[in-house]
Design a binder for this molecule. Structure first.
Ligand code: GDP
Length: 440
């Protein structure tokens, strides 16, 4: 899902770059690309339609915040709507709790049960696991083997056909001793009445704090149906998406989330017991869009617009004076290490050499002094500074002509970089080469 979707969206967003006003045709095109991308990632048609309608409406109706460019504005809307579609990540508390696992056979439920036990164990909670899968031969052995590896007790009774009895006994054996109890239930290849019946009864006996549904990321449109049935039966309050390491899709998970009105709690990202990650929608979507940590970028940019420190619009348009550059450098410095900021900008994964970030405060001070020796029109447009002026400015500032040229060179790099960011069509502009040139 990540790469496929990311690439199509990147193309779609590219079409907006360079635009200064939002026009209907551009938005229509973006929405069509967005739809195509989401559908090919197996996102449910109804959800896709909902999402694209809200994106379209908001893109056309909402005014971009002062100082924010059109592209940043539309990206922000796409981003926010995707976040809404995915739901908030489900809560995972570190309090004592009982968790009931639901899902079909093969979804990765047993493996995930052990992964979760490992997760809570690492958080310092005494954790025990109950195997209530009486349907699949070998289920207990599989879970026990996984649990033994991490020294987590696994309660089960191979040969006992009554899952309810196992759960009752398991809970009374574990409740005093363990803080987190995870109950693995049976799964079948298809949704069958007695499967649903049984999980309803287990739910009534165990009174779990959470009922998590395990969904295979490769599952397409059937995900909705599964999620709906389990949700109606026991009230799913979190979704775990497994096998995210092995699929280019994953849209089924979004359907499950929408169906249960819950959120994704964890992502399974491999076969070992450690391959479980907390779900982070911001990172997920930013990766999805292939554009760095977009949320953090937009937020910090918004913050800075509020403080009137940095003109995002100017930044994205590439129109700025030497004064603006200085102001921006100052603001960027205040916002955090430059490297961190650059990694958040939508540069499409461009590699930037480390020395390009090396703007120390000494350098900033030197730039300040040099700028104080310039005339207002030179500050507005440093390209008018000829070599004799370079000498004079250097003398006035008590620095070498090299230092002055460095500042002008840096300004030019920034200006072109910002223009390139707006263009974002790679071919015209190679930031890496430019930064290298600057670095030495
Ligand atoms: P269950 O029938 O739902 O209990 O499924 P299992 O836990 O037995 O898992 C089915 C298969 O999926 C096993 O081969 C697991 O190793 C594999 N599996 C589970 N989770 C993941 C995951 O996140 N990534 C990958 N690559 N494989 C997984």
């Amino acid at each position: 899902m990540l790469e496929t979707l990311g690439n199509s969206l990147k193309d779609a967003v590219k079409k907006l770059s360079g635009k200064t006003v939002i026009d209907r045709a551009a938005v229509d095109e973006l929405v069509r690309d967005l739809q195509r991308a989401l559908l090919s990632a197996d996102v449910n048609v109804k959800l896709v339609m909902q999402l694209s309608q809200s994106v379209k409406k908001r893109a056309l109706e909402e005014e971009p915040p002062k100082g924010m460019g059109v592209r940043a504005h539309v990206l922000r809307i796409v981003y926010q709507e995707l976040v809404r579609l995915m739901g908030r990540p489900g809560e995972v508390s570190l309090e004592p709790q009982t968790i009931l696992m639901a899902g079909l056979q093969g979804s990765g439920k047993t493996t995930t049960t052990a992964k979760l036990a490992r997760y809570f164990q690492r958080k310092g909670l005494r954790t025990g696991v109950i195997c209530a899968d009486t349907f699949r031969p070998g289920a207990y052995d599989q879970l026990k083997t996984l649990c033994d590896r991490i020294s987590v007790p696994c309660f089960g009774k191979p040969g006992e056909p009554d899952a309810l009895a196992i759960v009752r006994e398991g809970l009374s054996a574990f409740r005093r001793q363990y803080e987190v109890i995870i109950i693995d239930t049976q799964g079948r290849h298809a949704l069958e009445e007695n499967l649903i019946e049984e999980i309803i009864q287990i739910n009534e006996i165990a009174h779990p704090d959470h009922r998590w549904l395990v969904i295979d990321a490769a599952l397409g449109q059937q995900a909705s149906e599964q999620a709906r049935r389990f949700h109606e039966a026991i009230g799913i309050d979190g979704v775990i998406v497994t096998k995210m390491d092995g699929t280019a899709k994953g849209g089924g998970a979004l359907s499950a989330v929408a169906e249960t009105r819950s959120g994704i709690v964890f992502i399974g990202s491999g076969e070992t017991i450690e391959d479980l990650e907390r779900f982070d929608p911001d990172g997920f979507i930013s990766r999805l869009l292939g554009m760095g940590d977009l949320k953090a970028f937009v937020e910090r940019a918004e913050e800075a617009v509020l403080n009137d420190e940095i003109d995002v619009n100017a930044m994205l348009k590439g129109k700025f004076t030497l004064r603006d550059m200085y102001k921006q450098l100052e603001a960027l410095n205040r916002m955090g290490p430059l490297k961190q900021i650059m990694s958040m900008l939508p540069l499409g994964g461009m590699q930037i050499p480390d020395d390009a970030y090396d703007i120390t405060s000494t350098k900033m001070q030197r730039y300040r002094v040099i700028m104080d020796s310039m005339t207002p029109s030179e500050l507005d447009d440093p390209s008018i500074i000829g070599s004799s002026r370079v000498q004079r400015i250097a003398r006035g500032a008590g620095v070498t002509p090299e230092d002055v040229r460095e500042l002008i060179k840096y300004y030019k790099i920034m200006q072109r970089a910002l223009k390139g960011m707006r263009g974002m069509d790679g071919g015209r502009f190679n930031m890496q080469r430019m930064m290298k040139k600057f670095g030495g």
